[in-house]
Design a protein around this ligand. Structure first.
Ligand code: TPP
Length: 381
């Protein structure tokens, strides 16, 4: 009998790192592959996202927006990976990658307008908060149903390849989303059709309350890439240098060699899953605290910048004050803005409105007019 290949006889895929918890570049790393200027820009976006998260999380708690999901602990994974892409690359996100769209140029006002679902929201208030999207930024709108983006991404990438475009697709997803059947179809299509797509898994330890130990028994998500014949990397997702370097490399493989790459970024979801969750029910506070202190990607990058003598207490204070001022300004403006006209409930699906929708629209307006006290029409466009 041949020797069996067992999980215990197979070596786990190692985690690639370039810096330690204090932000010190590890010995032997050499060129870090990114300029100080770009690192500072990444740091500013990470801090701004963190401030935006705090304000919008509290806004939901005060009943001012309906729902919110924070990015705490994963700011580095989203921003450093997006920073390694070209603007022509199309991004398919899950929902916890607000940093990627901020990096692309989505403004704080646009984030706030979307979370309020006001009349300036491109989605006209038809999506839940944090379901950002912007065609002008090559950023596909987020779908609530997990893994929807995963088979779409290689399809888009395959079309790019057929058109000889020198671009690729970035597909973000979580460890939980990787348990959906769509994840397997996506990886297999990408591998067999050789699609220029980067699958970027944020392995943050949880799918809501389900820890990864209850999600899979194998060597994480990375081992699946190898199984499907996809070049794969496992990286420290809180090490922005590793994220940036490996994503740049993956992009080169996609664009120059026309092949997919899977990256499993090991990170930790510091916040609750969403405002509908209380994570104190299923994980110890001390675990969260250690990720929020020793392994926080923002603190680690700040350590690197200070080490390189391009950051100090004064720049830190200035950034925090500016970020808070900018976020609060955008927040105030979005809150004051009118909501979309109720008419848009019936638009954007059909070119010509079918009779059954026209009937529903007429009934809606009749109801609104019959009960003016229940419908604050002055707050709508
Ligand atoms: C098809 C489908 N099933 C279930 C859900 C409910 N749901 C929303 S998020 C989530 C967990 C996803 O976890 P993960 O992919 O690890 O991402 P994370 O929230 O940790 O960033 C679940 C089960 C859903 N939105 N869609």
């Amino acid at each position: 009998m041949e020797e069996a290949s067992t999980p215990s006889s197979t070596k786990p895929i190692p985690v690639f790192r370039m810096m330690d918890e204090q932000g010190q570049v590890l010995p032997g790393v050499g060129d870090i592959g990114v300029s100080d200027e770009k690192l500072i820009k990444m740091y500013k976006k990470m801090v701004t996202l963190n401030v935006m998260d705090k304000i919008l999380y509290d806004a939901q708690r005060q009943g001012r927006i309906s729902f919110y999901m924070t990015n705490y602990g994963e700011e580095g994974a989203a921003i450093a990976s997006a920073a390694a892409l070209d603007f022509t690359d199309t991004i398919y996100g899950q929902y916890r990658e607000a940093g990627a769209i901020l990096w692309r140029g989505f403004s704080l006002n646009q984030c706030m307008n979307q979370c309020y679902g006001n009349r300036l929201d491109k989605g006209a208030g038809k999506q839940m908060p944090v379901h950002y999207g912007d065609d002008t930024l090559n950023y596909q709108t987020i779908s609530s149903c997990l893994s929807t983006q995963m088979p779409q991404a290689p399809g888009h990438a395959y079309a790019m390849k057929l058109q000889n475009k020198k671009s690729c697709v970035m597909c973000y997803f979580g460890d939980g989303a990787a348990q959906e059947g769509d994840a397997h179809a996506a990886l297999n299509f990408a591998a067999t059709l050789e699609c220029p797509v980067i699958f970027f898994c944020r392995n943050n330890g949880f799918a809501i309350s389900t820890p990864t130990k209850d999600q899979y028994a194998g060597d994480g998500i990375a081992s699946r890439g190898v199984g499907y014949g996809v070049e794969t990397y496992r990286i420290d997702g809180n090490d922005v240098l590793a994220v940036h370097k490996v994503t740049s490399h993956a992009r080169r493989i996609c664009v120059e060699e026309g092949r997919p790459v899977l990256i499993e970024a090991m990170t930790y979801r510091i916040g609750h899953h969403s405002t509908s969750d209380d994570s104190s029910k299923y994980r110890p506070a001390v675990e969260v605290k250690s990720w929020n202190t020793t392994n926080c990607p923002i603190r680690r990058l700040q350590g690197l910048l200070r080490d390189r003598e391009v950051w100090n207490d004064e720049s830190e204070q200035q950034l925090k004050d500016q970020a808070r001022e900018d976020v609060l300004k955008a927040f105030g403006e979005a809150e004051k803005e009118l909501r979309p006209s109720p008419n848009v409930l019936f638009t954007d699906v059909y070119d010509d409105m079918p009779p059954h929708l026209q009937k529903q629209k007429d009934e809606m307006w009749a109801n609104v007019k019959a009960h003016p006290d229940n419908y604050p029409t002055d707050k709508f466009e």
